[in-house]
Design a protein around this ligand. Sequence first.
Ligand code: AP5
Length: 220
Amino acid sequence: MRLILLGPPGAGKGTQAQRLTEKLGIPQVSTGDMLRAAVAAGTALGREAKAYMDQGALVPDGVVIGIIRERLAAPDCRRGYILDGFPRTAAQAEALGKTVEDLGTPLTAVLSLTVDPDEVVRRLSGRRTCGTCGAAYHVENAPPRRAGVCDRCGGALVQREDDREETIRKRLSVYRDQTAPLVAYYRGGGLLREVDGRGEIDDIFTRICRLLGAEGRGRH
Ligand code: AP5
């Protein structure tokens, strides 16, 4: 399957993508994670991206499109992938359309997760992320077994720089202006599936699997 997870910051894209990856055995492709890895490595790309990310603004299209083109051509994406956080603008959606056409691998579905802004602020201000493997937790809703320590790899959990309330509000307004129009774009193309992103993480995952016809399938 070749899936896009669309939705505002904090909609649960990363959380659901991790579960889909385990169930379907296809990689999660997160532009946010790739950019944060470049920032941590101190590369030229990371230095450029950091200034935008810290302000809650989008990194320029040309930079992100280049990263994705390369990533989707990698061998582990041949059986499919889950795009998390890409595309985010009309230009990115157009470029993705061209890339999948060139590769001869059409998209399977676009899952649009919906949640309200106050819930987004609650979720993101309590989020903690593993500094080593990127796994996401929430201090109340999805706590690790040991406070401050990743269940998966034992890495230390940290709070993201852009998860402060003021920056979260900015990211929400960027989403409304630049990314929300993609819902209509993909609906027009017949690929859109809307998913209620409220409620328990497991229940949302069940809804997604049902929509994809993947209830009994995969590794779980
Ligand atoms: P990115 O990393 O993509 O961040 P985002 O889209 O803002 O999304 P988040 O990671 O904040 O939220 P999510 O929907 O994945 O939620 P999660 O599952 O973690 O991008 C960061 C920055 O990078 C951007 O601002 C931009 O600068 C740049 N960037 C990235 N991609 C780009 C692109 N394509 N173009 C240009 N720039 C780009 O969940 C959040 C929290 O809620 C967690 O703590 C989780 O445990 C909890 N949670 C999840 N589900 C539930 C639930 N059902 N109930 C309660 N809690 C829940």
